[in-house]
Write a protein that binds this ligand. Sequence first.
Ligand code: NAD
Length: 443
Amino acid sequence: MAKNIAVIGTGYVGLVSSVGLSDFGNYVTAVDVNPEIVEKLNRGIPTIYELGLEDYLRRNLESGRLEFTADIDRAIRNAEIVFLAVGTPQSENGEADLSQVEQAVGSVAKNLNGFKVVVCKSTVPVGTNRWVKGRLSELTGESAEGPDPAFAVVSNPEFLREGKAVQDFFHPDRLVLGYEAPKAREYMEDVYRALNLIHVPMVWCGLETAELIKYASNAFLATKITFINQMATLAEAAGADIHVIAHSMGMDGRISPKFLHPGPGFGGSCFPKDTRALVSTGDSYGVDMSLVREVISANEHMKGLVVNRLLKMAGGAGALKGKVAAVLGLAFKAETDDIRESPAITIVQRLLDEGAEVQVHDPEALDNFKKLFGDEIRYFEHEFDALKGADALLIATEWNEYRNLDLERAKAEMRGNLIMDARNVLEPEKARSFGFAYKGVGR
Ligand SMILES: NC(=O)c1ccc[n+]([C@@H]2O[C@H](COP(=O)([O-])OP(=O)(O)OC[C@H]3O[C@@H](n4cnc5c(N)ncnc54)[C@H](O)[C@@H]3O)[C@@H](O)[C@H]2O)c1
């Protein structure tokens, strides 16, 4: 049976989940603390860029199964299930900052007017859901134990990829559901009935196991990226081609070809903070997560390498002083406007530190980047405007439109001929045939 759901937080995860859960036939009230976000979403205007999101948003608003509000008390009181999709950013010491989760749990406690399942979709360190359970008992005097609990807690970590979030929500590889109360499982089976019907695997497990599945998955993917980046550096030094290496590795069914694309280091709102939080969790249990620790530092090193390579091409330290450097791509990956921990941030800052004037383009992330760099750099809506008068070009995000860059026009717009392609989106030989001094990663 369709459920009444409140979703707390309407960022990448909360908004996509709200739209998806209402599309499954549930009645969803999504809450955000930011009234501007609420107002826009109720008018059917997405506040983030995700392919296909606008259509689903409008369709479900029109069906009457979806609404947005800033009134968290009303949303929780009317809900049988409360999804927490608030942010869990990194705190200063590397741990996950759980203050948004704590605040949301306080609101649930205040409005616990009957049985509710509290589902944590936010990425939270192992032990957090058990803490939520204890905290709710403490605040309400109610129990989550026994055959007729007053509430229940479910850990349902989210695995969607930004840029493919809508597609991933409707066709996930699996759902992970950590639970204890049988009633909570019944409720979750109702919520996700549409996915069960298309045989999406559902992993039912304990709360702690569900929490660690999320961190283990992200840390493993971050490790895979870092591994191929280091291999790329070695391949380049040894005169080998990382693309052929990665492709051949991927043919091995045990390895899989995914996440074997060399680049300027991983960024984004998840891998950097989740790897650091995992190291910190390890520390609190007396377990040294030494491999993950090494991945974090190797990745930081990688971001700087890209600019070092460009400097070397330009003639060494100081060679970019007073020169114009164009950066194409600011988002941490293609198909998103998210710049959180994007390698482009480190790259642009390094170029500025080197005394270069920086001109940038990105199809979706310009506004977010402006909030960070203000008038320190120049922003352009069209890539060829960003290339005008540039001595060097650095490609930092693998947007499709850069793959097909008109190199003849690029050459005509630019003053110099240096290209550092940190995503290997261009054909090296083709770029060189237009007179560019071209360098990719690992080949
Ligand atoms: N972004 C991803 O690709 C992704 C993927 C999987 C998991 N996650 C995890 O999901 C969680 C959310 O990530 P995100 O990227 O959507 O975050 P986000 O920062 O984009 O969104 C969080 C939203 O919650 C709102 N909020 C905070 N406190 C609130 C409160 N008390 N009441 C109502 N609204 C509140 C904020 O205003 C914001 O809009 C994080 O734990 C993240 O690690 C993210």
